[in-house]
Design a protein around this ligand. Sequence first.
Ligand code: HT7
Ligand code: ZN
Length: 884
Amino acid sequence: PQPVRLTDYRPPDWLVDTVDLDVRLHPQATRVVARLGMRPNPLGRPGAPIVLDGDELELKSVALDGAPLAGAGYAATPSSLTILAPPQEPLVLTIETVLDPSANTKLMGLYCSSGTYCTQCEAEGFRRITYFPDRPDVLAVYTTRIEAEREEAPVLLGNGNKVESGDIEGTTRHFAVWHDPWPKPCYLFALVGGKLDRITEPFVTATGKEVELGIYVEPGKAARAGYAMDALKRSMRWDEEVFGCEYDLDVFNIVAVADFNMGAMENKGLNVFNDKYVLASPETATDADYANIEAIIAHEYFHNWTGNRITCRDWFQLCLKEGLTVFRDQEFSSDQRSRPVKRIADVRLLKSHQFAEDAGPLAHPVRPATYREINNFYTATVYEKGAEVVRMLKTLLGEEGFRAGMDLYFDRHDGQAATVEEFLTCFADANGADLSQFALWYAQSGTPQVEVNGHWDAAARSYRLDVRQTQVPTPGQPDKQPMLIPLALGLVGADGRDLPLVPDDGTNAAGSVLVVSRPEQSFVFRDVEARPVPSINRGFSAPVKLTTNLASEDLLFLARHDTDPFNRFEAGQTLALAHLVSASGLAPEKTLAGALAAGGTALVEALIEALGASLEDETLDPAFIAQVLSVPSEGDIAREIGSEVDPDAIHAARRSLRRALGEALRPGLERAYGRHAPDGAYSPDAVSAGRRALRNAALELMASTGEAADIARALAHFETADNMTDRFFALSVLAHHAPAERDAALDAFYQRFRDDPLVIDKWLALQAQIAEPETLERVRELTRHPAFSMGNPNRVRALIGNFAAANQTQFHRPDGAGHLFVADAVLELDRRNPQVAARLLGAFKSWRSLEPTRRGSAERALRRIADGPGLSPDVSDIVARSLG
Ligand code: HT7
Ligand code: ZN
């Protein structure tokens, strides 16, 4: 397909005010009659024909104002319908199409998931249901009549409020009519029909309106929906309290389905979820699952205002709803849990996914300027970096300034399809701020590099920070402009306390935030009696790659004393990363890794000692300590090395650091393990989860020594666990560190949970991650296991996705067999579900940074895909950009 360009935007020629849908559900022949109330757009081209999008559609009939339209009056293909010479006035277009939901393996449009009819319309799925101007700036009021066999689909759900329902006399069928009074783009349309169980709860909004909340799940699973319901109620209250956003319909429904391309979908009043992000019980879900459910329930609910009430003008503006809504869900989770621990987790995710994306061939701006396949732009850059950009706005404008901007945005653009410029203008207007340079964050791709060198002038009693920013070239963007970068700062005194920051005149600082705007800039602070240690980019205030002239002693000091928890964590990670880079055999001079290599084992011992001090510090949150003790990932190390990457060397270095930690910190780890033993029934709350996180981190570090007693402890932990967090963590320790015990434990786990697909996903994922040469054969065999299915995205992601994305040594095997296996899986999957295939292919995104043998094999695998017959636009777009 031809690329779509942001600069080519023009308003639609025809508008749709109302959509009346009549959907008669049938597994192979669903009949859809759409009555579209249309009118020419005064902003469109006068006299334009009506051009509607379609995708694999079978047209039955077309009528204009009730009169059947003869063949000469229109031109139809499966992918478009053109009404050739429509009267230039309001009209009603009636279109009849027939669909086969049971054959819809793409899971876009109307499909059947384990016997349940459901829809997925974002980004361009509505056109697989009926012909329509499938673009987000066409807003209409929808009324949907759904009819089905009562036996087959006793539950019929649509957007908005239910206005009518009943049996169809003399038949075995029934119907329901749903009306959504809020104009919306078609990507927010949804319907569901099936045999589903339900839990309900009432909710009273801030202004006293009653809302009925419902969560629908597969029969027999209602008991597992309670946590999601609780998270929903907390999200609704939080959005009222923090953003002044109140719910606006009589009902809010969530449906959990087993076959789903992504996490969830924010359809108006009818969110559809991957059941992985709804269903939880202590026996089947881990603490991480609970936290994800809470975050995703919140995210989809928050879209009701940021996405639904105010939507996007076009798909280039995707970050307008996604980045902002991720920011909002991050804030929600921070308020519900531990803010520092949440920030650490979010930044870890940002670095591992988004920084990696920004450093490779798939790099693109937060607001892309062009795309071939929009489904490929639901990326870490649009979501996670998009959220960071909103966070920086808040850092720059302050709490009140940010809220004023949001209030103005809701006020000014409610009911509209907006742009990033309009969003930023609200913040500029509400604060009298100039955000023109800040706007570059939306347009320039790549992670900015920021070098900060600090100098204390004893004679002048001043401290100067010299800051240099560099924008690296990325695909299509060889030259870039300097950005506006907010760097939160502390100067830490010898006693561990922050010194007062007294900027010298002319220093551009907003409180404790340095606002960097030029390629090179200095900031000077007065009255600094003794040499402080600067703590830079506190809270990760800007998503940049920071280098400093801090000595390893300074980082050790920050790892023990920084009052900013994020930077206390980050100091330890920076040192650990430098050590791991040097231990992987790459330690260029003048880098921290080089210094560490030169410093020999003493520095590593000092690092371990500093981490040990945190482990013993009972004033610290156990969840925070668990983060402090976790060694940077193989991906982090590979990114830091940057080129000629050897995943085996990285794996070995990381393993030996963990073993060293396990040996050196054993007494403290044993104490932590004992101190955080369960003291009652399982509860998923953040404090209890934090205690489990630390206890399990201790279990793993000790087991990484391979000592028999530690393996025996892990085995006992596995056998006696009364919840999935502990059971699965112990299983994972055994799988990675105890080859002799592994298979029996995996088998016991399988036998216990064989009827629970979501738990079996954990079992598949774990086996795919084992870093040993036999894993590829194991994964191959598992693709033939009855528990596995290429048709279910969760199964594919669990097994093949984890092999490709979370097993660097085996995916990048030097013999190329890992690359070849994934390439063939992508080709097979592409025939069935292009969206999921394209995502899997994303695992090759860092292939150019590999050492030559592996790089060669990755390239051969990519070329094999590129040469595949009949590639989807999704896969051909990713493969072309990856090779480009
Ligand atoms: N807005 C949604 C993104 C989405 C999606 C969801 C399910 C299947 C296909 C999809 N394509 C795009 C989810 C969200 O970000 O909230
Ligand atoms: Zn979203």
